[in-house]
Each structure stands twice: as structure tokens, then as C-alpha cells.
Design a protein around this ligand. Structure first.
Ligand code: GTP
Ligand code: MG
Length: 345
């Protein structure tokens, strides 16, 4: 008698468990809602494989849905057939993701624009550096990429007294002294300003990728109101670690994953992501500007706004907007000064 009762209870528990794992269909659109599903719900993924996947940066179904077969085979140690099943299942579970143009317009109303301190530069950017987007500045050494990163930190913190910013520093060029100067220039309390900047030094590309992934938990677990994430520089570790043509594909694949993380941070949390990038000489260019940004199409396409910085005459700097979804291309000239940027007509 007791056994039969237990059996019923166990069966109910199993049913509940199954129900919680079964995709729920939205009656009107038949769009599958599976937000609750995790890596372990994918076919062929047990606890050990899930752990390996997580260690390699695959945290959710979306990351598996957009992964390549090779990546999964390598990181999770599964066969190609299983990897294919995992990807297909993850893709099937994704929400359709369509929204109306009005929804997008409403979302755009929530976009904030952060000042560079230069009126002309802000105007070039349609008001400033946008949240919900990745803005990339590329240019030669000393062109002002890091200075702009520091200035953005101060201006974001000035804009909102509760805001925090994250600075991922790969070249050891974050300078609190410089923040102090800019904060004083903006009439801000220096200590409070520095306290709201969370700096992390990235020692290699994997570390850099991990730090970027941690931003989401900083927001979720510590409840920090992060408004800006700076990655300075985006490409230096990748460039140093992957040398030679043979490693190019792997480098681009990793960079792609990193850009994907940054883009997700920007979009899902309405954060402004600012990345700096170096340039290299184009060996086959004889006319015009012989420099090009590192990272190729992967970085170019993932960045929403791209700015080319170069040194102008008499110590000035020139910023040229070369790619933006809704702004005209243009150029502005400014000078980096102790307290911030100064427009040059
Ligand atoms: P790399 O990281 O080497 O590729 O260069 P970058 O583009 O990040 O250059 P960065 O932003 O570090 O710019 C350095 C330049 O900013 C210097 O050459 C100076 O012209 C200027 N600068 C930096 N600090 C000060 C300062 O305290 N006062 C003034 N007037 N200019 C400064
Ligand atoms: Mg720099």
C-alpha cells in the first residue's frame, strides 16, 4: 500500500521534472520558450561535458547555437555527430527574436550618449558615444585612444552619480592620475570617481575574454549599475599570441567570440562598450593611407561605430568617423589637454 503511494509520488515528481524541461509553446505564435533550459538539456551533454563547455566560455544555449563544430569537438571532447546534434538542438530552442520596428524605436529611446568633452567630436557621433553599441577607435600609438577611454569613464560617472564603469586594461596603461586630472576638470570628487571605476588587468587573450564574460555577473550578482565597458586594447594580446598565417583562423575565431560577448553586454544591458584597436601597415598599398586596423572583418563588422584617429599638425589629433549605421562620415580636429579635449577649428 505504502509502496503504491510512493510510486505515485515518484511518478508525479518525474512528471513535474519533465514538465519543467519540456518546451512551452506560446499559443498565438507557437514560438518555443525555453529560457530555462541550460547546457545539460542538450543531447549528449552530461555534467562533465557541461563543465568543460562552461570552462571554455559556453555559458548558455545561444553560445552553443552560434558555435562551430570544430570548437565544440575541441573544447567538449565530443564527436562531430554529437556536436552537430548539440548545435541543432540549441538552434531549435532559440526564440524567434523578431520584434517590430516600433519596438526597436522604443528601445532606441532608452539609448544614452556619453560625451567625449569635445563638442565637435560629440556632434560627429550624433551626440556622443552610444549605449547599446560597440564603438571602436583605431589609430597609431599616441593618437589618443587611451585618453578618450579615460575621458569617457569620467564623463559617464559625471552623467549618473550611481553609475560604475569597467576598464579592461591589456597594456597596463590605465592611469588613476589621469582620471584625477579629468575628474578635477569636470568638478567631480576624485575619490568617489576612482571608486566607481573597476579596473582589471588582462594578462593574455583568454584572461581578457574571461574578464569580459564576468561583466554580466558583476551586474547580476553585485547589482552594479555598469554604464560603460572599456577594453584597451582590444587586439594587442591576440596580435602578440597568434603569429603567422597558420594561426590566423584560430585568432579570428577567438576574437569573434570576444566581440560576441561584448556585443551581448552592450545590447542586453544598454551599456556603452568602447574598444581601442591598433593599426598595421598595409604591405600592398602604394597610394593613400597605408594603415589598416587589426582584427580584419571580425572587428570591423562587430563594431557599431568605427573611428580612425591620427596625429594632425602641431600636436593636434584628427578623428574620422568611418562607419556608423545612421550618421554621415566626417572629421573633427582636437587637442588632448590636461583637463580634457579641446576643439580646434
Ligand atoms: P597607444 O596605446 O600607444 O597605441 O596610443 P594611444 O592612442 O592610446 O595614445 P594615448 O591615448 O595614450 O595618447 C597619448 C597622447 O596623449 C600623448 O602623446 C599626449 O599627446 C597626450 N597626453 C597624454 N597625457 C597628457 C597630459 O597629461 N597632458 C596633455 N596635454 N597631453 C597628454
Ligand atoms: Mg593606449
Amino acid at each position: 500500500m505504502a509502496d503504491a503511494k510512493n510510486k505515485v509520488i515518484v511518478e508525479e515528481l518525474i512528471q513535474d521534472e519533465l514538465k519543467s524541461k519540456t518546451p512551452k509553446y506560446n499559443e498565438s505564435s507557437k514560438v518555443v520558450k525555453m529560457e530555462k533550459l541550460g547546457l545539460q538539456d542538450l543531447p549528449g551533454v552530461g555534467a562533465a561535458t557541461a563543465e568543460k563547455l562552461e570552462a571554455a566560455g559556453f555559458r548558455d544555449l545561444l553560445s552553443v547555437a552560434v558555435a562551430t563544430l570544430g570548437e565544440l569537438v575541441e573544447t567538449a571532447g565530443v564527436t562531430e555527430a554529437v556536436a552537430r546534434k548539440m548545435i541543432n538542438a540549441a538552434r531549435d530552442s532559440m526564440k524567434m527574436g523578431f520584434e517590430t520596428g516600433m519596438d526597436v524605436l522604443r528601445k532606441r529611446e532608452g539609448v544614452s550618449k556619453f560625451s567625449t568633452g569635445s563638442e565637435a567630436f560629440n556632434a560627429l557621433m550624433g551626440g556622443g558615444f552610444e549605449t547599446g553599441a560597440i564603438t571602436e577607435c583605431f589609430g597609431e600609438f599616441g593618437s589618443g585612444k587611451t585618453q578618450i577611454g579615460h575621458l569617457l569613464c569620467v564623463n559617464v560617472l559625471k552623467d549618473d552619480p550611481e553609475a560604475h564603469v569597467v576598464y579592461i586594461d591589456t597594456e597596463n596603461t590605465f592611469r588613476p592620475e589621469r582620471i584625477k586630472q579629468f575628474a578635477e576638470g569636470a568638478d567631480l570628487d576624485v575619490e568617489d570617481t576612482l571608486n566607481r571605476i573597476m579596473v582589471a588587468r588582462a594578462f593574455n587573450s583568454d584572461h581578457q575574454m574571461l574578464l569580459a564574460e564576468k561583466v554580466e555577473s558583476l551586474i547580476a550578482e553585485q547589482g552594479k549599475k555598469v554604464r560603460l565597458v572599456v577594453v584597451d586594447s582590444l587586439t594587442s594580446h591576440f596580435r602578440a599570441e597568434f603569429i603567422g598565417r597558420g594561426t590566423l583562423a584560430e585568432r579570428q575565431q577567438k576574437l569573434n567570440r570576444h566581440m560576441h560577448t561584448l556585443s551581448k553586454i552592450a545590447n542586453t544591458n544598454n551599456i556603452c562598450v568602447y574598444v581601442t584597436n591598433q593599426v598595421m601597415a598595409k604591405p600592398d598599398q602604394f597610394f593613400g593611407d597605408p594603415t589598416q586596423a587589426i582584427g580584419g572583418h571580425v572587428v570591423a563588422h562587430a563594431s557599431t561605430f568605427r573611428i580612425y584617429l591620427r596625429k594632425g599638425k602641431k600636436g593636434t589629433r584628427v578623428a574620422k568617423l568611418i562607419d556608423a549605421p545612421n550618421l554621415a562620415d566626417g572629421e573633427v580636429c582636437f587637442e588632448v589637454q590636461e583637463g580634457g579635449l579641446k576643439d580646434i577649428n
